[in-house]
Design a protein around this ligand. Sequence first.
Ligand code: CA
Length: 520
Amino acid sequence: MTTKTLLLGAVASAALTLGGAIAPATAEPIVSEPLELDIFFHFRDKYGWDEEWAVAKELTNKTGITLKGTAPVSAGNTRELFNLMIASGDLPDIVGGEFRGSGMKEAFDQYGMEGAFQPLNDLIAEHAPEIQKMLDENPVVKAAISAPDGNIYYVPYMPDGDVARVWYIRQDWLDKLGLEQPKTVDELYDVLVAFRDQDPNGNGEADEVPYFVRHTEEALRLVTLWGARSTGSDTYHQFYIDEGTVAHPYAHENFRTGIANVAKWYDEGLIDKEVFTRKSRARDELLGGNTGGVTHDWVASTAGYNSKLQDQIEGFSFLPMAPPADINGKVWEEHGRIAVKPSGWAIGFSNEHPEETIKLFNYYFTEEGRRMANFGVEGLTYDMVDGKPMFKDSVLNGDGAVVGQMWEIGAQIPVGFQQDYEYERQWTNEIALKGIEMYSQGDYVVDQFLGFAMNAEEKEVYDKYWPNLLSFMQESYEKWILGASDVEADWEGYQAQLERLGYAEVLAALQSSYDRQYGN
Ligand code: CA
């Protein structure tokens, strides 16, 4: 490993002149002589690039390139480790991963524009045909991963499939009460009232919790039944794009109507009274306690309660249902998987083998490399059956979730690669698969906004105003849901306060960012 000194600002041109001397004619293996590159890679505060990973070894077998990790292979705060690496000025050949709770895109962009990372556009065009093909086929993805200066500084991790959270209902309770799955917001209201009042669990007590959630924001998301938004992407509290105009859900007129009705449902005992405190215990407590009726949660893990509870609760049947139509008659699901994550990997400024490195990145987008990134190593974790990778029984019935087993060997990690939903289908149960099929066929899931790439000026405005604005919005809707204050009485003052806190300035900054990034 060589030590390099990072002089921010002075290195942008240096990066461009440090071209690789070797340009092998064949794509595989990428190099004729073994090549070692060092890599900072860390994710989930838990895993660092490990040469002992089966996938890391396979990568060397296939490409001739060995990646030597510089981050700890064990637990640690990914963001702090990243900041230390940047501050040290010792930048490895490759940098990548994912900060817990958010991506690395902002860091790739910011430090990329300061010269820490090499711009990849030309390297991709010249040496990475599979990545180029993906970008050509997905112009929105290309826009989403571009920095404010128009350059691409990282190759992203791209999830597959679009269904994520769905509605679930106690089908056996419906059957017992002689009710159908609710098809509209009004029918949902009637079903929740019936669950509250008609003792579907049959214990003689009014202990049912009609609607419950693990995340308070999933109660807030009920506003979608009144045509409002609760977020614009696969994470909470995000801006959304309304026909080319940037807007925030909590400032919109529809939100006023939606939150007033959510408050009413809460007041009537249709929403869990402990919705702000129960959190991650909700499914275990309320499904396990035979008291929860309806929820909105991840399709696969929620389906799992059917097998978990079948011996404990007679007739327990918790099934996916289509989203009830909103007050405008529209059937839609706000939450879905995002097409591209703000994580992946980048090339350090002092990397003397940018061509070989981008070819390595490209390998992950070939059929063979993508299979490795998704399924691990043939013969070890999967076998080819009728031309398709199938996980071995030892993985499907192995210790812990399949995805966790993959992380342990370096597959399904947030390097730049395209996930293949097939990897997940093989360990997803029938009930969840039916739910996924229902939501896919109904085309219910709305497009998830892929995010902004703000320039320094826009970012300054955003950072100055947005944290306070979001806090004020959250305090306000909490008061409204809990009945501590009345949204109808408050709305005018609420809007005025948003303006005082700089809402218009934030919108203007984001609109400018959006127009530059996605305008074409
Ligand atoms: Ca009861």
